[in-house]
Structure formats: structure tokens, C-alpha cells
Design a protein around this ligand. Structure first.
Ligand SMILES: *Cc1c(COP(=O)(O)O)cnc(C)c1O
Length: 420
């Protein structure tokens, strides 16, 4: 590798990197351009991106349709406050999200990040009950292995053991983090739990079908039907956090479609703008939204971040929805699923491998123990790929436009690196 660029050397003492021990961590990889499924590094090397920038770049990088929509919006109005003002990109986006989401999920609150959307969904749930005159429903039930964000409220509902947040356990008011009801016995356990605690619960929150950052763990659609039945039986709201699963990743546009059930609130972010700008949404059902309609000003939803509904981000999201409407992803996701299965299956026989699993455009090799990340990353770089494990989980979530060859290179790199 050639010398690092000047901006990296000079800025490095001043940047605080995420989840990084700044004393010992290997230096980050300088990247200067993106294109399609590729990252182009400062030294000219090109890597096939196996992560799609944390699952955001669904259509690949620099998609001309998204770039064009952003350019047009940039010249007109990059940003304007959303309090009291309205702009076309947000209003079009809210209507289109209502169109593509199942059933009664019709009312979008637009924010900037996934964690904030989850916070808003939690706020909606608590305030919904208060608005109905129901007091004491202030807690949440979430599930082991779940991940819902890095802010304080979202840490509370993420898995305290497996997740990244155990350090803060003493700071966070305890919530109920329980086992997913994988079978009828699990449903009975959760049913009994809700019979005892239901009156203090505002909502259940779950990542449908795939628990992402908590370890890429899959469950069957029936689990979501169980949660819907239990939420109804115990009169608690149900929140689906589709920030990871939304926009095609699991094979349907939204994971919930595979279960045929709807939540009361859904959160979206990650691939919402096709990976170009931060944007998120908490989208409520008619019932939840109607619960805020009142002559009492204090019954209004009490939230409004400065950069909410940023017009440029909304324009990008609308362009991304155009691409999803064109529908290439419907063939691409099963194609990538098949290539991932083929390419990763031989990993089952490698030492240190605990499990190999694939769902849609998500391929996972779970190891018995966490690998040496720096060494593994260096190996992947030599093999021309960008793959960044989550602890024991080596995974691929490539852009949905990744070609068969791209996926073959990615899976080949995992086989080679893990065999070494
Ligand atoms: C990434 C993620 C979040 C948090 O989103 P940020 O934009 O990182 O705040 C929440 N929930 C799920 C399921 C996620 O994958």
C-alpha cells in the first residue's frame, strides 16, 4: 500500500471513530470514490462491497437516477425547516410510503436516523395510551438478540447481553428483554408474561424475520403472527423495526409481508434513500394516528428534530422508490440468495464455523469465537473485498445490484480467509 493521503494523517488525531479503541485500532481504509458495487480506495485499488455501507446502498453506489433527483432538488432547495412549512419531496414520500406499506400503515413521521425513528415510535406508543386515558403503560417488551439503535432509549430495548450496550445497563431503566416465541411453548411463556405485566407495557418491539446488528439471527414468519396475536390479546401495541429488513433485503419489499401481519407502527431507515443521505421514518397505523386527534394541544405528537424530512434526502428516497417500483430487485434478491447459498455452503466444513445461513440478500457465517478483525480485514483487502464482521458474525449484505461474479468473489473471499 502507498502512503496514506495527507488528509488522513492530519485529521486522524482529531477524529473519534465509532466502536473503535483509538489507542490500538488498525488505521481505517481511505476511500475516495464509489461506483456500483465498488469502493475505490485512495491508492487506486477497487473493492467489491459486501456490506453495502451497512445495508443502505441497495441499488449500488452513485445510481444515476438517484444522483439526478438529488441534483435537481439541490438546485431548488437543499433544506428548509419542516415546522409550519411543507415541501413536495416529503409529501410525495409520505404518500408513496403509505402506498407501498401494507394496510393501515398510513402516517409517516420523517426523521434523520434509524435510532431516532425508533425513539419516535416508542414515544408514539407511550403517548397513544396516555391520549386514551390509559395510565401506566410506559414500558416495552423487546427480544433477546435484538438491536434497535445506539441512543439511550433504543439501547434500553436492545439486547443487554449480546448487544453493544451492556456498559450502560446501570444507567438505563430496565425494560423487559425476553425470548422470541419460536414455538407454541414460547408463545405460552410470553402469553403468561403479558398476563402478568401487560398493563405496564406500551408496546412490543421486534425486528421482523431477521435480527440484524445483534447477530443476523433469523426467525420464521409464524413468530410474527404469534406476536400479533399476543399483542392483540393483551392490548399492547406492536412495533416492527424494519430499518434493516425494509426495502427488499429479505425477499419481500418489507419482511412483514412474508408473515401477512401488520404492526401498529413500523420504522424504516437504512435503505430508504438508497444509501445516499440519512433519513428515517416512523409510520403509524390509522388507529395509532387517530389516537392523537384531539382538541387538546398536548395530545399532539411531541417531536420535531431540526433536520426532519430534509428535502434532499426525501428526493433521494423518492428516486429510490422509483427504482424499487421498476422491480429489478424482485429477481435480484432470489438470485443473490441462490449464489450466497452456493458460495457459503462449503464454509460449513471449515474449522471454527458454527453455522451458515442465508435469507434473501443476507449471507451469514457464524463462527464459534470472534476472529482477529484486523487480520481478517487485511486478508479481505488482499482478496479485493470489503467485509466487516460483527463480532463472531461474518456476513454479506451486498448491494442488490451485485452481479453473480461479485457475489462469487465475496463468498470466495470468505471461504479463503476462513480456511487460512
Ligand atoms: C441500524 C439499525 C438501527 C439504528 O439506525 P441508526 O441509523 O444507526 O441510528 C435501528 N434498528 C435496526 C434494526 C437497525 O438495523
Amino acid at each position: 500500500m502507498t502512503n496514506p493521503p495527507d488528509w488522513l494523517t492530519r485529521g486522524a488525531p482529531h477524529i473519534w471513530r465509532p466502536y473503535t479503541q483509538m489507542k490500538t485500532a488498525a488505521p481505517p481504509i481511505p476511500v475516495v470514490r464509489t461506483r456500483g458495487a465498488k469502493l475505490i480506495l485512495a491508492d487506486g485499488r477497487e473493492l467489491i462491497d459486501g456490506i453495502a455501507s451497512w445495508w443502505t446502498a441497495a441499488h449500488g453506489y452513485n445510481h444515476p437516477h438517484i444522483i439526478e433527483a438529488m441534483r435537481a432538488q439541490l438546485e431548488k432547495m437543499p433544506h428548509v425547516m419542516f415546522g409550519g412549512l411543507a415541501h413536495e419531496p416529503a409529501y410525495v414520500l409520505a404518500r408513496r410510503l403509505a402506498d407501498v406499506l401494507p394496510g393501515a400503515l398510513n402516517h409517516a413521521f420523517l426523521a434523520e436516523s434509524g435510532s431516532v425513528a425508533v425513539e419516535i415510535a416508542m414515544k408514539m406508543a407511550v403517548q397513544f395510551w396516555l391520549n386514551q386515558g390509559v395510565r401506566g403503560r410506559t414500558k416495552f417488551v423487546s427480544f433477546r438478540g435484538g438491536y434497535h439503535g445506539d441512543t439511550f432509549a433504543t439501547m434500553m430495548v436492545s439486547d443487554p447481553e449480546e448487544g453493544m450496550h451492556k456498559l450502560f445497563a446501570d444507567v438505563l431503566p430496565a425494560q423487559h428483554v425476553v425470548a422470541l416465541p419460536y414455538d407454541d411453548a414460547g408463545e405460552k411463556v410470553l402469553d403468561a408474561f403479558l398476563a402478568e405485566h401487560g398493563s405496564e407495557i406500551a408496546a412490543l418491539i421486534v425486528e421482523p424475520l431477521v435480527q440484524g446488528a445483534g447477530g443476523m439471527v433469523f426467525h420464521e414468519p409464524e413468530v410474527l403472527r404469534r406476536l400479533r396475536r399476543l399483542a392483540d390479546a393483551h392490548r399492547v401495541l406492536l412495533i416492527f423495526d424494519e430499518i434493516f429488513t425494509g426495502f427488499g433485503r429479505t425477499g419481500s419489499l418489507f419482511a412483514m409481508e412474508q408473515a401477512g401481519v401488520e404492526p401498529d407502527i413500523v420504522t424504516l431507515s437504512k435503505a430508504l434513500t438508497g444509501g445516499v443521505l440519512p433519513l428515517s421514518a416512523a409510520i403509524a397505523s390509522d388507529r395509532v394516528f387517530d389516537g392523537f386527534l384531539s382538541d387538546d394541544p398536548l395530545a399532539a405528537l411531541m417531536h420535531g428534530p431540526t433536520y426532519m424530512a430534509n428535502p434532499l434526502a426525501c428526493a433521494a428516497a423518492n428516486a429510490s422508490l422509483d427504482l424499487f417500483a421498476q422491480g429489478a430487485w424482485r429477481a435480484d434478491v432470489p438470485r443473490i440468495d441462490a449464489r450466497l447459498r452456493e458460495g457459503l455452503a462449503p464454509c460449513r466444513d471449515l474449522p471454527g464455523v458454527k453455522d451458515v445461513r442465508v435469507r434473501g440478500a443476507i449471507g451469514v457465517v457464524e463462527l464459534h469465537k470472534a476472529p482477529d478483525r484486523a487480520a481478517l480485514t487485511a486478508r479481505f483487502l488482499d482478496l479485493g473485498v470489503w467485509i466487516r464482521p460483527l463480532d463472531r458474525i461474518v456476513y454479506l449484505t451486498p448491494p442488490l445490484i451485485a452481479t453473480d461474479d461479485d457475489v462469487a468473489v465475496l463468498t470466495g473471499a470468505i471461504r479463503t480467509a476462513l480456511a487460512a
